[in-house]
Design a protein around this ligand. Sequence first.
Ligand SMILES: C[S@@+](CC[C@H](N)C(=O)[O-])C[C@H]1O[C@@H](n2cnc3c(N)ncnc32)[C@H](O)[C@@H]1O
Length: 276
Amino acid sequence: MAESSGGDAVQAGRHDAWQAGDSYEAYMGRWSRQVAPNFLDWLDAPDGLDWLEVGCGTGALSAAILERCAPASLVAIDPSEGFVAKARAGVADARATFQVGDAQALTLATASRDAVVSALVLNFVPDRQKALAEMRRVVRPGGRVAFYVWDYPGRGVQFMRAFWDAAAALDPTAGDLTEDRRFPFCTPDGLTALAASAGLGAVEVMAIEVPTVFRDFDDFWRPFTLGAGPAPGYCTSLAPDARERLKEALQASLPYQADGRIAFNAKAWAVKATVG
Ligand SMILES: C[S@@+](CC[C@H](N)C(=O)[O-])C[C@H]1O[C@@H](n2cnc3c(N)ncnc32)[C@H](O)[C@@H]1O
């Protein structure tokens, strides 16, 4: 499967900004919160487990684990101090601990967790095979490793595609930044192969689709101007006149409903495996 070389990947990822929790929440956290319950229902984990969440961001999946899975404990890590602070403030629960950490070098002991999960993270980790191997390492025998990523190659995140299609029509260099080019492995076959390369067997993959409905154009556009994530990072890097041209192109092209709402869908691939 073709992937960018290291230097190209760094260039394409130059807008991957993960600092401001409120901005991320407006752009993507609110949609990840809708995927999380479906993912956990599919995982069907028993009560009383020790969980680890890798790349917790602002706490979308962490909150759902605490609400739905009756965990004994939840450790949630993310390299972004801003996101960890936002998650900690939003999820006040004695069972949960939020820490700054890196998926590629987990500080948890080997075989110390029952369930290790991750939401919309693995494609952004430089060495994702190492990250998955680390997730596998800290799971107890019989425990689960599971995660979800967006279906980028299938143009599954329609609102993001609408943004990039308009951006690429105005600026040919924007095409190299799109997630479908950067993360071609986010397919059932690619994800199964990735999991196998990290020593995970009996991998199952399922599609999870959620509606992403925007109240109006401002609800759609504003998150792109806040800078958290690849497309917003690109948007805020534009000079004011170029940003205005992009805004006008999008405003003219989106599929509005009679009441002004803009209804898209977003599809994720969820992956789970039991560790032998
Ligand atoms: C799209 S956000 C997903 C956040 C959250 N899990 C959610 O579902 O909303 C990607 C997250 O990956 C995190 N991340 C990036 N590199 C990472 C790494 N090496 N280890 C762990 N997390 C990482 C970012 O800080 C960010 O919080």
